[in-house]
Design a protein around this ligand. Structure first.
Ligand SMILES: [Zn+2]
Length: 314
């Protein structure tokens, strides 16, 4: 079939389910996404977003193992894991967002239980890349879905561009699941569940600017050095950054600041290594992690943030 022919008619069992205004063919992503649940009690909602809405190419499809009522007051929730506005109670404390170039899979968690699942799809127009506007709208729809849950924590994995954009639009505690977390079987949700212990990492409320202290307040690298330190200070699990002495006798010849968070110690603290030409500065980062394993999570997160800021040392 050539790309110019009309899209095939919807399957008979779906015709009655197409919301008015949804155009078969253009909105097919959501139909394909929900078809798996047709005839299944699990179909709770399939909402083709009207094409005139602010993102004409993103669609949201929510399905879950069962309908969900508020855990506290029993009010039926519009979508599983929604925050209950009747009794002001969160029904999901974490959301796992897995980004792909054309979709985001959201999984809502209440402690160690999966309470809901939502897929948001979009269509890259060319070369499998989203345009800047598509990217912003796609990430905006993901952010909207996450906000209505009011989770404590967002875990995100996958395609960097929409992930970064969604992170920029949200003000939640935000963890990036390291790539090593899903290299075996791609089970990001499983990885998150494995690591959600009883003792979540404490979040530091100190403004980033006030986290920087110590006797050696001089930083190498000028403006970029300060940017590296403030990037680290922005992290919610960083308590304090103590700039260290500067070693100017190195053999490095590359110019331009490069930064790297290095291996966590047994106390969960990490180091921020700055290099600029032959100068090296090792700065201490005090985190809320209490052991090496959780410190390594913070370290991976910091290196991703430094990479995004264009400061990461290879
Ligand atoms: Zn309630």
């Amino acid at each position: 079939m050539s790309g110019l022919t009309a899209p095939p008619p919807p399957p008979a069992e779906l015709r009655g389910r197409l919301a008015s205004g949804a155009v078969w063919g253009q909105g097919c992503a959501v139909i394909v996404g929900s078809a798996r649940f047709v005839g299944n009690r699990g179909l709770t909602r399939a909402t083709p977003v009207p094409l005139a809405s602010r993102n004409e190419r993103a669609y949201t499809d929510t399905a879950s193992p069962s309908r969900m009522d508020c855990r506290r007051c029993g009010t039926p929730l519009e979508k599983p894991g929604d925050y209950c506005l009747v009794c002001n109670t969160a029904n999901a404390d974490a959301v796992v967002a897995e980004f792909d170039v054309d979709r985001a899979e959201l999984t809502m968690l209440a402690e160690d239980e999966v309470v809901g699942h939502t897929t948001i799809t979009t269509r890259p127009e060319r070369d499998e890349q989203l345009t800047a506007v598509q990217l912003r709208n796609f990430a905006g729809r993901v952010a909207d879905e996450i906000r209505r849950k009011r989770p404590d924590t967002v875990y995100a994995a996958g395609d960097r561009d929409p992930l970064r954009e969604a992170r920029a639009q949200l003000h939640h505690e935000f963890y990036r699941v390291p790539e090593a977390g899903d290299d075996d079987d791609g089970d990001v949700v499983g990885w998150v569940l494995d690591r959600r212990g009883d003792r979540a990492l404490e979040v530091v409320e100190t403004p980033p600017r006030e986290k920087i202290g110590g006797a050696h307040s001089t930083l190498i690298g000028g403006r970029k050095g300060r940017k590296a330190v403030s990037t680290v200070a922005d992290h919610p699990h960083v308590k304090k950054i103590v700039p260290g002495p500067i070693d100017a006798g190195g053999t490095g010849s590359r110019t331009g600041l490069r930064a790297k968070a290095t291996r966590a110690g047994t106390n969960g603290n990490v180091r921020l290594l700055l290099r600029d030409g032959s100068s090296v500065q090792e700065n201490r980062i005090v985190t809320t992690a209490m052991d090496r394993e959780t410190g390594e999570r913070v370290r991976a997160d910091l290196n991703d943030a430094l990479a995004e800021a264009g400061l990461r040392e290879e």
